[in-house]
Design a protein around this ligand. Structure first.
Ligand SMILES: Cc1cc2nc3c(=O)[nH]c(=O)nc-3n(C[C@H](O)[C@H](O)[C@H](O)COP(=O)(O)OP(=O)(O)OC[C@H]3O[C@@H](n4cnc5c(N)ncnc54)[C@H](O)[C@@H]3O)c2cc1C
Ligand code: SF4
Length: 461
């Protein structure tokens, strides 16, 4: 076996997968996983672990895989993560654990994410019960939002004996994992639902269709319903727009709406009646993971899809793997151009976008080179649908209905980084609601830190 190269995993052929919503990556077989695990050097000071936001004991779980002790590997991961099959699929490992792997200095880093996914899938397929809890202590904690931060916080508190109820606005638990990330990257009914069920198996109650700030307020949870502490993990679901002429024409979507209709409301499946209009020719504006997901979804619904992005390919914020998959599937990248107007026909339906060409200037505050308009370079692209994927911010509903709960200028809740403590006694927060749109594993890390802080807070009361 060559130590420098990782074992490659299996994928659906691009020509076939662009016509279906089945998972693109098929993961490792048992033999592949064991072979890849054998590459790990089991470093005494494993740098990979220092870069994992939930501190999974990576060399130990990989060592179990090497010895084909898959259940033991699953138990090691379960000590730190309640969503391993999710993280094994969608975490940006290349900029976290794998970035620090020593093997990466001279060759490929160990495929930590793919090994995590293998173990999680194996334990699901073999019905391994990983739930371990302390006896219930009778103390009630409320969690707002059933995304990765809320599920992680709730799971850890339940393990410590707290009676945890999650209040979720939508009809299904999972947050972005069910409404945002498409089926072809993260299967819902098998993978996500199973990990939500594992959290429930710890004794966590999930009440869906409850919007905190509308159905019931945060104050009422504390003063009338007897919750002694609250964790807010309400995410960042409010889409941003460009505020250019024509943006409210028929056929302009936010990526969130487009993906929610498809993922959560199953618009892509026969037998479901949620309307969706992918059109024949679609422009997706933006270059992040969300833009790639919207583009690849529209492609699977039968459209020709253009990504319109104002910088060059090198600055695309999406994961390299997602860009690679998008290119393989036939997404067209219109780079270094920015929309200035959305054009509509006499009935108000989108018929095109007017763009201006850009060039790269000096780096801005983010370190990326700033895009600068080239005067007089406007041109039009004929499209019938535009999907805006320019980022999201937290919804102000909870902060605006809770006196004393402060948010910053961008609508992000103010909370201490190490504990999640907000400006309101007994109320903690984490994940995208605090940081703005970020990643699954950072949201989980924040939920776990808050669980430790809530436990300490309640023990001292
Ligand atoms: C399309 C898309 C693709 C992405 N791809 C990746 C990826 O590949 N890798 C990665 O690491 N990250 C990815 N992300 C980002 C990642 O999903 C988020 O950072 C993560 O889900 C944040 O978790 P969270 O728990 O903070 O919030 P969320 O997942 O947003 O969950 C918040 C939950 O709170 C609920 N809620 C909101 N307000 C209320 C209220 N008032 N009352 C009750 N419930 C409420 C919401 O309905 C939601 O279920 C992606 C995001 C999107 C949108
Ligand atoms: S840094 Fe790489 S080689 Fe070392 S323990 Fe972690 S995964 Fe294994």
């Amino acid at each position: 076996m060559e130590l420098k190269k990782r074992v490659s995993d299996r994928e659906q052929d691009p020509e076939i997968r662009r016509t279906n919503f089945d998972e693109v990556c098929l993961g490792y077989s048992e033999e592949d996983a064991v072979a890849e695990a054998k590459r790990c050097l089991h470093c005494k000071k494993p740098l990979c672990v220092t870069q994992c936001p939930v501190s999974i004991n990576i060399p130990v779980f990989i060592n179990h895989i090497k010895k084909r002790k898959f259940e033991k590997a699953a138990r090691v991961i379960a000590e730190s993560s309640s969503l391993p099959a999710v993280c094994g699929r969608v975490c940006p490992q290349e900029s976290q654990c794998e970035e620090r792997c020593v093997l990466g200095k001279k060759g490929d880093a160990v495929a930590i994410g793919k090994l995590e996914r293998f173990v999680a899938d194996w334990s699901r397929e073999n019905n391994i019960d990983l739930s371990q809890t302390l006896p219930k202590n009778g103390r009630k904690v409320a969690v707002i939002g059933a995304g990765p931060s809320g599920l992680s916080c709730a799971g850890d508190l339940a393990k410590l004996g707290y009676e945890v109820t999650i209040f979720e606005a939508l009809h299904k638990a999972g947050g972005v994992l069910v409404y945002g990330i498409p089926e072809f990257r993260l299967p819902k009914d098998t993978v996500v639902q199973h990990e939500v069920d594992n959290v429930k198996a710890l004794g966590v109650k999930i009440e869906t269709n409850v919007i905190i700030g509308r159905t019931v307020t945060l104050d009422e949870l504390i003063h009338q319903e007897g919750f002694e502490a609250v964790f807010i993990g309400s995410g960042a679901g409010l889409p941003m727009f460009m505020n250019i002429p024509g943006e409210n024409s028929n056929g302009v979507f936010s990526a969130n709406e487009f993906l929610t209709r498809n993922n959560l409301m199953k618009a892509f499946k026969e037998g479901y009646d949620t309307p969706i209009r992918a059109g024949k020719k679609v422009a997706v504006v933006g270059g992040g993971n969300v833009a790639m997901d919207a583009a690849r979804t529209a492609l699977r619904l039968g459209a020709e899809v253009h990504i319109v992005y104002r910088r060059s390919q090198a600055e695309l914020p999406a994961r390299a793997e997602e860009v690679h998959h998008a290119i393989e599937e036939g997404i067209i990248f219109d780079l270094l151009c920015n929309p200035v107007e959305i054009l509509a026909d006499e009935k108000g339906w989108v018929k095109g976008i007017r763009c201006i060409r850009m060039e790269l200037g000096e780096p801005d505050a983010s370190g990326r080179r700033r895009p600068v308009e080239i005067p007089g370079s406007e041109f039009e692209i004929e499209v019938d649908t535009v999907i805006m994927s320019l980022g999201t911010t937290p919804n102000p509903l909870i902060s605006s209905t809770t006196r004393g709960l402060e948010a910053n200028r961008k609508g992000c809740l103010i909370a201490a980084e190490e504990t999640g403590k907000t400006t309101l006694e007994g109320v903690f927060a984490g994940g995208d609601a605090v940081t703005g749109a970020a990643t699954v594993i950072l949201a989980m890390g924040a939920g776990k830190k808050a669980a430790v802080a809530i436990d300490a807070y309640l023990k001292n009361r």
